[in-house]
Design a protein around this ligand. Sequence first.
Ligand SMILES: [Fe+2]
Ligand SMILES: [Fe+2]
Length: 298
Amino acid sequence: MFASAIYDTATHTAPVPALDRSPSGAFKVGSDAHKRAFCSVLIDVFDPYKPSVLAWPKLSADAEKRLTSLPFWNIAVQTEGFASSRMQAMADTIVDPTIKEALSLNAFEEGRHKLVIRNMLRFYGIPLQEEKPYSTPQNAEALFIRTGYGECFDSFFAFGLFKLAKDSGYFPSELIDVFEPVVQEEARHIMFFVNWVAWNAANKPFFARLWFRMRCLYALGRAAFNRLSLASAAEDHGKSSHNFVVVGGETLTMGLTPRKLIETALAEDTRRMAPFNPHLLRPKIMPFLAKLILPFLP
Ligand SMILES: [Fe+2]
Ligand SMILES: [Fe+2]
């Protein structure tokens, strides 16, 4: 497999790329320069940290109780596991070597997120459910697109929640620092994804492009529906729900208004996207929806 030829899956290490493939000037969406630029977001901005050597800080009794009582850790592990297998399945279907390398790296990083969370659970004695095998998806592209839009939704809220957890002192800064690379990696993933969608669409003839866009719209709808139904399940069942964002929000932001969460998420989304090539497209759906509902929020 392509990924295992480059990335050492036993030690979870990867080479630091020496080449900056991102073009400096403007480019046309769908061009080769565009492809190099969005692949560069993954390949050339790689952080080679190893989950096994992360320094987990000693927590106060209060902070440890807050951490261990968060209900979503096992679901977070599985979400990363599924994302990794879907990204790798997609990478395995790709012929273009640059996109294949970028997607393999994306899969590697999702697998690494899973290891970071698993190591943390072990360190703090949080029970870890046994993972079921992640089956190889049959329709790799459709699931990749749905996962990509799902990450656009989740990352937007995660940016806001992460900042709020940091500012409120809910968790000590040493623990927040350990997760910083994970959160910024999700920013890179969604930058790559929205640009891949645009690049892919631009390189298709008219009717194939129309069909691809319709499939993207369907995947976007499925991802949104999935999150809305989880949100309503959370309302029904409180903390027995498995929705990372909703339950996390309830736990982390008690007493916080929806407006504060959306405003923080918007500001953080802008800040986290700022370092990337200014000519690349930005994820726009969540910021657009957020600005739309903001005037109606308390
Ligand atoms: Fe991830
Ligand atoms: Fe991701």
